[in-house]
Design a protein around this ligand. Sequence first.
Ligand code: ADP
Ligand code: GN1
Ligand code: MG
Length: 366
Amino acid sequence: MEPDLKQIFERFASEATFMTGKAFGNGHIHDTYLIVTTEKDKDNFILQRLNTNVFRNIPELQNNIERITAHIRKKLSRINDSDLKRECLTLIPSKEGSSWINDEKGNPWRLYIYIRDHRSYDTVNSPDIAYEAGKAIGRFQSQLADLPGEPLYETIPSFHDLGKRLDYFLEIRNEDPAKRAEGAKGEIEFILKRSEEMMIIHRLGKSGKIPVRITHNDTKLNNVLFDENDKSMCIIDLDTVMPGFFHSDFGDTIRTGANIAAEDERDLSLVRMDITLFRAFAEGYLSETKGILKPVEKEHLPMAPLVMTYEQAMRFLADHIAGDIYYKIHHDNHNLERARAQIRLLKNMEEQYGEMKKIVEEIIRH
Ligand code: ADP
Ligand code: GN1
Ligand code: MG
């Protein structure tokens, strides 16, 4: 049954009148709705039913987001001409003063101001947009580098812990609950063959050589919103902002943004990383972070997109084998197709790895 969006919306202190509500965006995790309001001079809103299968502790999750947005807003408010409603997510409290509510079935919901007049991309073909996205990720990381207080709550434990991801992958392959392992033999083999090589950043992190930072951890291109001039404006989807390695963010933006095909492209001949876009992302990212990155972090940046593409291929494949229990899917075998496209992308990155290293070295030298 469709949720009663009007009734849920009215439990928040938006001071605007509900006109329409409809499903919105291409996110894989939450149920997201755009709420259009009657008054011309008031905001529209994004209402989300949170995925409690993925996020187990909603109070801690929301507490993280309150802290993150308050910190960024404080920084923006010191800059002339900042547009606080467009450059940072704004949570609207419920009428009882909490940043989320539970509906009668116990499902949690939250409300954000809709970022008006934004542009959003699943893929890009313009180096200018790639540069802007890289810059936005770097800026976000540096904005949060001095977040006061306790470490952020780990909303999904071991989210980018490749060792644990691999353990789960092997477990689910052995268990094979949906009897799909046989049909994905080649893909499974591909993943297992690279398990040692792809562990490099993870190992350096575990041994303390790569520092733990505050990172976004889900820097898919469509989590960066752009303004009407294609300047990067706001980073959204803050649910996984928590301790992590800078590499995850750099790597995932390139995995999604420098791939000229869709994340789930079925025609694998279309899937490849555009090296010009890679350069633009790296230039944008490093323009904001060159001063804070340690030499060991810089040295391993070129490997980050490969590692994140590998991790994503493994995650999609594991979810296919598990019987599609994590990601929203739109048709049968969707997770397998996604995994295949990521595998193809990784192969293509492997071919271009030498060039990627040269480009990063060049940018750092200048
Ligand atoms: P998911 O975790 O499911 O990806 P997101 O929080 O990323 O959920 O939201 C899904 C989509 O909704 C985004 O990709 C974006 O298009 C849109 N969206 C989310 N929040 C806002 C906002 N405040 N303003 C405008 N669009 C938004
Ligand atoms: C999910 O929430 P969304 O759609 O931006 C996932 C990411 C994956 C991505 C793959 C919390 O991102 O980790 O990289 O799908 N988010 C979570 O498309 O698992
Ligand atoms: Mg998202």
